[in-house]
Ligand binder design. Structure first.
Ligand SMILES: C[S@@+](CC[C@H](N)C(=O)[O-])C[C@H]1O[C@@H](n2cnc3c(N)ncnc32)[C@H](O)[C@@H]1O
Length: 198
């Protein structure tokens, strides 16, 4: 497996080797946002890449959206499409070192991009970044983890065991409205930070 550091991802953007990039806001995420969020909400998109969902949220009047990606080129598209997106909310940083508090973390092809050995760190850090009662929601691939990656997959049951340690699991089921190439290969996850403890 290559070392999945910031250089690795930056090179993928430079080489235009970005097969994960669907080119528009992900329908399952847009549907979720339409039903579960308000424009005042503080929303973090980690490993955001070209961040089409952040552009969409900005266009809907959300002003407390934070995007995080440690590849410096990642936000070029976002900055072109939403030039007045606040610069202070473009976090060119390591997700695992972030320190802020949000209502919602939106997941799409970031969890699958990290070394699977860091999944526990991901769950712990997501929990730390959320206010009590805050939620993590998004999509996780379900192809066999043994196939390697990125993108790394996994079993729904293993995702449940991982996230149950830190969160109440509100939804974890095959996604109903996946884009065609991902249909049958992803679950929709919605988990909530407990009010007490981390
Ligand atoms: C597979 S891409 C997904 C991009 C975007 N979510 C999408 O769906 O188009 C994974 C992204 O996560 C970023 N990334 C990986 N590890 C990171 C870390 N520890 N902190 C911040 N960004 C990270 C990479 O730079 C890359 O842009």
């Amino acid at each position: 497996m290559p070392t999945l550091d910031a250089n690795y991802w930056e090179n993928r953007y430079h080489d235009h080797n970005t097969p994960w990039d669907i080119g528009y806001p992900s329908p399952p995420l847009v549907h979720y946002l339409q039903q579960h969020t308000e424009p005042a909400d503080r929303i973090l998109i980690p490993g955001a890449g070209h961040a089409y969902e952040a552009v969409w949220l900005h266009q809907q009047g959300y002003r407390n959206v934070f995007v995080c990606d440690w590849a410096p080129s990642a936000f070029e598209i976002l900055e072109a499409k939403a030039p007045d997106f606040p610069k202070a909310q473009l976090l060119v940083e390591d997700f695992f070192a972030l320190d802020l508090e949000v209502d919602l973390i939106l997941e799409q092809t970031f969890f699958c991009a990290i070394d699977p050995g860091r999944r526990e760190d991901y769950a712990r850090q997501a929990c730390k970044l959320l206010r009590p009662g805050g939620k993590l929601a998004g999509l996780l691939f379900t192809h066999p983890l043994e196939r390697g990656g990125p993108p790394f997959g996994g079993r729904e049951a293993d995702y449940r065991s991982l996230f149950e340690k830190y969160f109440d699991v509100l939804q974890l089921a095959p996604a109903a409205d996946s884009i065609k190439p991902r249909a049958g290969n992803e679950v929709f996850l919605e988990v909530q930070r407990r009010s007490q403890g981390r």
